[in-house]
Each structure stands twice: as structure tokens, then as C-alpha cells.
Design a protein around this ligand. Structure first.
Ligand code: CP
Length: 325
């Protein structure tokens, strides 16, 4: 594997999940694979889980790791071509990415969308240029439109906790992506990515997938092929086995927080409609705004288990990249 930016980089979800679970069962089996190899992690935005889990994954494989908060610790970057750099930018992405490519064998990059211009964000301009100019394998630590390490950890978590899947039975879990309230405009990267992975998992016969959101918050159709889409949360929750709670800003009215009807926060009352569903969230989560404390602190929450699996999704991806160096 040379690039990991979406589910399209993964031939078979089932196989990749099994690879990750083998690493979870035996984390240090491939310590020699990363010997004398260096992973560089480049952050343009904050992170807790991605930063720590990806470092730990690399250490488990015997790699060296360097981390740079490029937005704060690097020179102000110019990303546009053909500009005279007589303003505030100091270094062009062409040189910055190329230099980092000289020091590392694999790079990870986190770069959020600006949420001002949909076309610019959905073109993944920054990410694409970084990949081109560093000229070494790159793993996405969350881009403008996707968060594939998170989504991979999410499907690992569903697979692990769904007994029927574990024993190969034909009963598929109903997985619901449920929009939740927030006070800020958040990217669509996590829900886009989750939907994309779930739609592929649905196509592989692993799950049934539904997305519920208020009007105006529909995701781009490119990320939801084959998904059931509804504006009715209660209808979506009926019989759900997994509820993935997440806020996102509007794709249609790009980056805006729109008004929405009451009742979109997941709580124990709504849990009663489900099939005693497990509740997931990528974290960080705003308690009692996005998701109730009673759920987060209760037996149905998978959020810590899910965050733990970030380690195995990262380790499976790094292992696949190291094997092709
Ligand atoms: N879920 C997730 O990516 O967490 P961080 O932003 O803390 O890395």
C-alpha cells in the first residue's frame, strides 16, 4: 500500500479487519518490519487519539517516529502556485513536503477543511499537493473530506462486537449514522468517511446501513451509495444494533450550522426504540449536547473500545505500507 486516504485503497474490508485483529492479538509480531524506518506525523490541526494511536502503532512495528505540529511549529506555508511570496507565507508546500519526504519513509498528514469553499475543500488541494511533493507513502490522519483510520477502527469495533458476524451467521447488524447537535460548524469528514466504509461493508454483505439527519444536512451522495437515508430519527433507530452519533455542518449550504427540530440528541429514551443498540462516537464529544452523559457512562457506549481500536487500524495500515517499501 502506497496511499491510505479512503476505503477505495482497501481491496477487501473483511480481510483488512482480520489483519487488524491479528495485530491486536499479537501486537509485537512484526517488530522487525519497521527497523530503521521512520514515520513522520504532520499535524495542521489538534489531535489526541490520532496522534497517540498512530505513534504507538509505529512503535509496535519497530519504527522511529517524528511528530510535527506544522501549523504552529513550521514556517507559514504557501500552497498556491504562481504567487509572488511577498506576503505572510514563508515556505512553499513544494519544498516543505519534499524535505519531509527526505527524512521519512512514510508520512501521516492531518489537514482539516476551511469550510469556506466547498469546491476547494472537496478537491483536497492541500492533501493532494502534499502527497505529490513528498513523494513517499502517505497515510491520512484526517483530510478535508475523510477520516479513514477512524472509519477503519469503527468497522473493526462493529465486527468485534457483533457476535453473529464473529461466528459467520447470516444476521447482519443494522448500523445507523445519526446526526447530532453542536454549537460549532464541524467538517463532514468523519460522517462522509463512516458512510463510505459502511456502504462498502454493506456491499460486502456485512451490515445494513441507514443515515438519519435533519433536512439541509444531507451528505454528498458520493459517500452514501446504497444507504437508506431518512429525516426521521425515530424511524431510523427502530431495530438499530449500532448508532453512530456525529455532528456535521451542512454540505448543501456549505459549512453552515442550520436550524433543526428538537430531539436530535441521542439519550436513553431514544435507546429504547433500538435493539439495545451499542452507541459509537469518534470523540472528542460534547457531553449532553451531542450525546447524553447517561449513554456515555452506561453499558451501551462503545466509545472507549472504539478509540482503543484506533491503534489496530493504524498498525494494519502501517504494516501494509512497510511491506511494500
Ligand atoms: N477521533 C479522532 O480523530 O480524535 P483526535 O481528533 O483526538 O485525533
Amino acid at each position: 500500500m502506497k496511499l491510505f486516504t479512503s476505503v477505495h485503497d482497501v481491496p477487501s474490508i473483511k480481510q483488512f479487519v482480520n489483519d487488524a485483529l491479528a495485530l491486536k492479538a499479537n501486537p509485537y509480531a512484526h517488530q522487525g518490519l519497521g527497523k530503521n524506518k521512520t514515520l513522520g506525523l504532520v499535524f495542521m490541526n489538534p489531535s489526541l487519539r490520532t496522534r497517540l494511536s498512530t505513534q504507538k502503532a509505529a512503535l509496535n512495528l519497530g519504527m522511529n517516529v517524528m511528530v510535527m505540529n506544522l501549523d504552529k511549529e513550521g514556517w507559514a506555508l504557501e500552497t498556491q502556485d504562481g504567487v509572488v511570496m511577498n506576503g505572510s507565507t514563508v515556505e512553499h508546500i513544494r519544498e516543505a513536503a519534499a524535505v519531509m519526504g527526505q527524512y521519512c519513509d512514510i508520512l501521516g498528514l492531518r489537514s482539516f477543511p476551511k469550510l469556506n469553499n466547498r469546491e476547494e475543500d472537496y478537491n483536497e488541494d492541500f492533501f493532494t499537493k502534499f502527497v505529490k511533493y513528498c513523494a513517499i507513502p502517505v497515510v491520512s490522519l484526517e483530510s478535508a473530506t475523510r477520516h479513514p483510520l477512524q472509519s477503519f477502527a469503527d468497522i473493526i469495533t462493529i465486527h468485534e462486537t457483533w457476535d453473529s458476524l464473529k461466528v459467520g451467521a447470516n444476521v447482519k447488524p443494522k448500523v445507523v449514522l445519526a446526526w447530532a447537535p453542536h454549537v460549532k460548524a464541524l467538517p463532514q469528514a468523519v460522517p462522509n468517511s463512516f458512510a463510505e466504509w459502511m456502504c462498502k461493508a454493506q456491499a460486502e454483505g456485512m451490515i445494513d446501513f441507514t443515515v438519519a439527519q435533519p433536512e439541509g444536512y444531507e451528505l454528498s451522495e458520493n459517500f452514501t451509495p446504497g444507504a437508506e437515508i431518512t429525516y426521521n430519527l425515530e424511524e431510523a433507530l427502530a431495530g438499530a444494533d449500532y448508532v453512530y452519533v456525529k455532528n456535521w455542518s451542512s454540505y448543501k449550504e456549505y459549512g453552515k450550522v442550520l436550524t433543526y427540530p428538537d430531539g436530535w440528541m441521542m439519550n436513553n429514551e431514544k435507546l429504547k426504540i433500538t435493539n439495545n443498540a451499542k452507541v459509537m462516537h469518534c470523540l472528542p464529544v460534547r457531553r449532553d449536547l451531542e450525546l447524553s452523559s447517561e449513554i456515555l457512562d452506561g453499558p451501551n457506549s462503545l466509545v472507549i473500545h472504539e478509540a482503543g481500536n484506533r491503534l489496530w487500524s493504524a498498525q494494519a495500515v502501517l504494516k501494509a505500507m512497510l511491506e511494500e517499501l
